[in-house]
Design a protein around this ligand. Structure first.
Ligand SMILES: *[C@@H]1O[C@H](CO)[C@@H](O)[C@H](O)[C@H]1NC(C)=O
Length: 216
């Protein structure tokens, strides 16, 4: 009997552990973010539910193309809890990505979300790399209507391989997925990571590192 209880407790604890690794399940119908509150829980504090309006669950603007006139030739328009307070505690968000011809969405990772991407217009080469030690590149060319998933935490990227603009919509399994762009975090941190460290890490001359650092 005690063994059985112990087992039950273990199962209970381990399931709690695994769910806590992700966003907690909501304990109410919704928890519209009250951004005026300074207090932080694991997420944002809830607005008084009687004061909640339809607009708290609404965002307009994903029909508008993002400006891709930048060094990488792409633009992400996010709709996370920062733009749509009703997403608070719900573990989901959405983005629009625009790509100029041959534009890229550079290698990056979302520390808190799996991403499912669908191509609305154009053709994209997409890929992600598995963790150490295999570091296997899994890549595919997608066309209009194709769907691809980037597993949580893995470094991934997209490139427009068409002559025309491309558009994708991606859903992410967090209200606040976070973005870690590899180049910016490694070469553009504030303050900078010592170039000796990066020269050794990337097995290049310090001058090469300094050149990269000057760009971010
Ligand atoms: C797009 O961004 C570029 C560079 O920042 C800027 O010069 C241009 O005016 C922007 N275009 C539009 C339509 O906002």
């Amino acid at each position: 009997m005690t063994k059985f209880l112990l087992l039950l407790t273990l199962i209970f604890l381990s399931s709690g552990f695994f769910t806590n690794a992700y966003e907690p399940s909501p304990l109410q119908d919704f928890c519209v973010a009250d951004t005026s509150m300074a207090a932080r829980v694991n997420g944002l504090t809830c607005k008084n539910p009687t004061m909640v309006l339809a607009d708290d669950f609404h965002f307009s603007g994903l029909h508008i193309a993002g400006n891709t006139s930048n060094a990488v030739g792409s633009r992400v328009t996010p709709v996370t809890v920062a733009q749509l307070p009703g997403l608070n505690t719900l573990g989901i968000s959405i983005v629009r990505v625009d790509y100029a011809p041959w534009g890229i969405n550079p290698p990056h990772t979302h520390p808190r979300a799996t991403e499912i991407l669908t191509v609305l217009e154009g053709s994209l080469l997409v890929g992600f790399v598995t963790s150490n030690p295999e570091n296997r590149l899994i890549t595919k060319v997608l066309h209009k209507g194709d769907v691809f998933v980037f597993p949580v935490g893995l470094v991934h990227f997209q490139r427009n391989v068409g002559k025309w603009n491309a558009i994708a919509i991606a859903a992410l399994s967090s209200q606040n997925p976070g973005v870690i762009t590899i180049a910016n975090t490694v070469f553009g941190s504030n303050p900078v990571i010592d170039s000796d460290i990066l020269a050794k890490a990337f097995q290049v001359e310090k001058s090469t590192v300094e050149q990269l650092q000057s760009k971010f």
